[in-house]
Design a protein around this ligand. Structure first.
Ligand code: GLU
Length: 470
């Protein structure tokens, strides 16, 4: 009976920067496929480039993954720690005649490329050491190890997304596997680690498609199993041009700080390159159930911030009030300097949340709308609240106060008192309510006024209102 082993997926970022939006989508698609199939999702930090890899970037990637909710299986694999294994396999390929030492110096290779350029040829290594044994001159000279790649025929990448992509082998030169300092190149490390980790599916950005052709040659030389390749079309900016920083090629942490929820990011990233009919709202649990490789789109995806905002508004409304309080509390604690909410502030926030969350597309907006609940004392007015409190409005406020004070300070009683007062003073309810709102919250819009008066309580509300009665 043939065994059908569970898929093994991996995300293999190079720790040279943050986890950006494209990387997060790659990680998410790998994670989804693993969760959909009951396979495993491994994390490998590709830190062989010692000059460009930093511990801060490793931490930023781990934080980004954790915030996105993309839990990996087992321990993180650090590629550099496997350098001895990479060397061992390079030596084996040398011994088998599948790789060779190249003693060409940097200057020599530069000259070679310049000649090729001048002759209008494509610039690639010309194989000068392919069939040449080192002489006595080379004995102690530095060398690199290169793969003896096939020179004729073609290499076909059978890509699950892009179909069969053909490469002329004459265009693929003998790539370096081991540098002269004995460290592996990305090409050797990635192929060998995938093989050793039993990776069955490689889902990554389409910028790696050309690498796949070269990697296939190395896989063949090593006698390893060929994984299923899925190269994801790139993500473009809203105008269809390459994604830039200005466009949102930002670290996932930047999205976090702009107030997007992880659930929003997952749904949004899913739709950047994968579809299920016309469905736009696909919570993660549903995505795990539906995800497949066949529905990955072939064309480049486009960032659409309006869609991101609308999705976030949706998930904010869907999130339970106590969870949102925890999100807001964590969000404020990340500010510099951190803002720590008092117990009273948190209780007020939770009581007002049903109404607050209806008005916010991001946690930033949610915080702005809730600001008046966080601290006690008179409010400073924003520009539109200031407009609502000209001298005549302050006078009306002063006159209305005794009627309010006479109530039991419940929402309905306060509303009835304000209505009665407005009627007796020949004013519209808004002429009383708007100045009240401005003085109470410092803003021109807020959750329902009378509920907020009741929530803040008699003493605190009066302190705020009295600050604007003259
Ligand atoms: N380390 C590579 C990168 O960050 C990814 C390698 C791969 O997915 O095969 O671009």
């Amino acid at each position: 009976m043939s065994q059908n082993p569970k898929p093994v997926l991996r995300f293999a970022p190079s720790p040279t920067g943050m986890l950006h939006i494209g990387g997060a989508r790659t990680a998410f698609f790998n994670w989804l496929y693993a969760r959909n199939t009951g396979g495993s999702f491994l994390l490998r930090i590709e830190d062989t480039d010692r000059e460009r890899s930093t511990p801060e970037a490793v931490q930023a990637i781990l934080n980004g993954m954790t915030w996105m909710g993309l839990n990996w299986d087992g321990e993180v694999v650090y590629q550099f720690a496997r350098a001895a294994r990479h060397r061992e396999v390079a030596e084996k390929l040398l011994a088998e005649g599948k790789a060779y030492r190249c003693y060409a110096t940097g200057e020599e290779l530069t000259a070679m490329r310049e000649e090729q350029k001048a002759a209008g040829k494509s610039m690639r290594y010309d194989g000068r050491w392919r069939d040449r044994a080192p002489g006595p001159d080379e004995k102690d000279k530095p060398s690199v190890v290169r793969l003896k790649a096939r020179q004729d025929g073609e290499t076909i990448v059978h890509d699950k997304v892009l179909g069969d992509v053909r490469f002329e082998n004459s265009q693929l030169d003998d790539m370096v596997l081991l540098r002269s300092d004995g460290n592996p190149t990305y090409m050797l490390a990635v192929v060998l680690d995938d093989a050793d980790m039993g990776v069955t599916h490689v889902i990554r950005g389409a910028d790696h498609l050309n690498n796949a052709a070269r990697q296939l040659q190395l896989i063949e030389a090593m006698g390893a199993a060929v994984p299923v390749y899925c190269h994801l079309p790139l993500i473009n900016g809203p105008d269809g041009a390459k994604l830039s920083k200005r466009h949102g090629a930002l670290a996932v942490e930047a999205y976090r700080d702009m107030g997007y929820l992880p659930e929003t990011m997952r749904n949004y990233l899913l739709r950047l390159g994968w579809s299920h009919g016309d469905d736009e709202i696909i919570p993660t649990a549903q995505a795990i159930e539906w995800f497949n490789l066949d529905s990955i789109g072939k064309s480049a995806a486009r960032m659409d911030y309006k869609k991101l905002d609308n999705l976030n508004g949706h998930y904010i409304r869907e999130t339970a009030n106590d969870v949102l309080v925890a999100e807001v509390t964590a969000f404020l604690a990340r500010e510099t300097p951190p803002r720590i909410l008092s117990m009273t502030a948190r209780q007020r926030l939770e009581s007002a949340m049903t109404s607050l969350k209806e008005r916010a597309k991001t946690l930033v907006e949610l915080v702005q709308g809730a600001e008046f609940l966080f601290t006690d004392g008179p409010r400073s007015l924003d520009a539109s609240a200031d407009k609502l409190l000209p001298p005549e409005a302050r006078a009306a406020l002063a006159q209305a106060l005794p009627a309010l004070e006479a109530t039991d300070w419940s929402g309905p009683a306060l509303e009835a008192a304000a209505r009665n007062f407005a009627e007796s003073a020949g004013l519209k309810l808004g002429q009383v309510a708007q100045p009240l709102r401005a003085a109470l919250t410092g803003k021109a819009s807020s959750p329902p006024l009378f509920e907020m008066l009741a929530l803040l309580g008699r003493e605190e509300s009066l302190t705020r209102l009295m600050a604007y009665t003259a």
